[in-house]
Design a binder for this molecule. Structure first.
Ligand code: IMP
Ligand code: MG
Length: 190
């Protein structure tokens, strides 16, 4: 099997192809540029899942902006987060008085994001909004507001374009649905 074949063997179907991702991210960038024109903007990328998204999004924003990263890990099973979040890497920059836009890969239950929003809000930014590439509204258990959303997707485990299954498949250029056999394994991971 080729290397690319090995990767795509985990994919049941392509959910969002590269072109569709690119077009939607350009739209989000244009919207964000218009909303923040004349104001400072600090993008906060959530590692590792949002790396590709934040880099493509930032390049489609045409107003001055800065970027910083945060790495968090949520306790819980591989597919269900508990909402208790551990900070693995904190921001380098202060967010006090800044217009902060959290850039996330996917909002599932919303617990991780709700925690992150509470934590950053306590640091007194001038404004705090969220931009998520993907959201699974059917899985939401916490009410957390996302100002910008790329795509609403069904209740399936997805991989690619930064999203992983057991740290693999982030390098797929599209968002794909993980095959059922592997998804079943995900339920059992610690
Ligand atoms: P939440 O706290 O339930 O909203 O979980 C959000 C986090 O779980 C995301 O930041 C991802 O890291 C991970 N996650 C949730 N759904 C998926 C998925 O379908 N594929 C890959 N990671 C996911
Ligand atoms: Mg994540």
């Amino acid at each position: 099997m080729t290397r690319q074949g090995e990767l795509s063997a985990a994919v049941e179907a392509v959910l969002i192809d590269e072109d569709t991702l690119g077009r939607r991210i350009a739209e989000l960038g244009a919207e964000i540029s218009a909303d923040y024109r004349g104001r400072d903007l600090l993008l906060v990328g959530v590692l590792k899942g949002a790396v590709f998204f934040v880099s493509d999004l930032m390049r489609s924003i045409d107003t001055p902006c800065e970027v910083d990263f945060m790495a968090i890990s949520s306790y819980g099973s591989a597919t269900d987060s508990s909402g208790v979040v551990r900070i693995l890497k904190d921001l380098d920059l202060s967010v006090e008085g800044r217009n902060v836009l959290i850039v996330e890969d996917i909002v599932d239950s919303g617990l991780t994001l709700a925690y992150l929003v509470r934590m950053l809000r306590a640091r007194l930014p001038a404004s705090l909004e969220v931009c998520a590439l993907l959201t699974k509204p059917a899985r939401r258990t916490t009410d957390v507001e996302c100002r910008y959303v790329g795509f609403e997707i069904p209740q399936r485990f997805v991989i690619g374009y930064g999203l992983d299954f057991a740290e693999l498949y982030r390098n797929l250029p599209y968002v794909g649905i993980l095959r059922d056999e592997l998804a079943a394994q995900a339920e059992e991971l610690p």
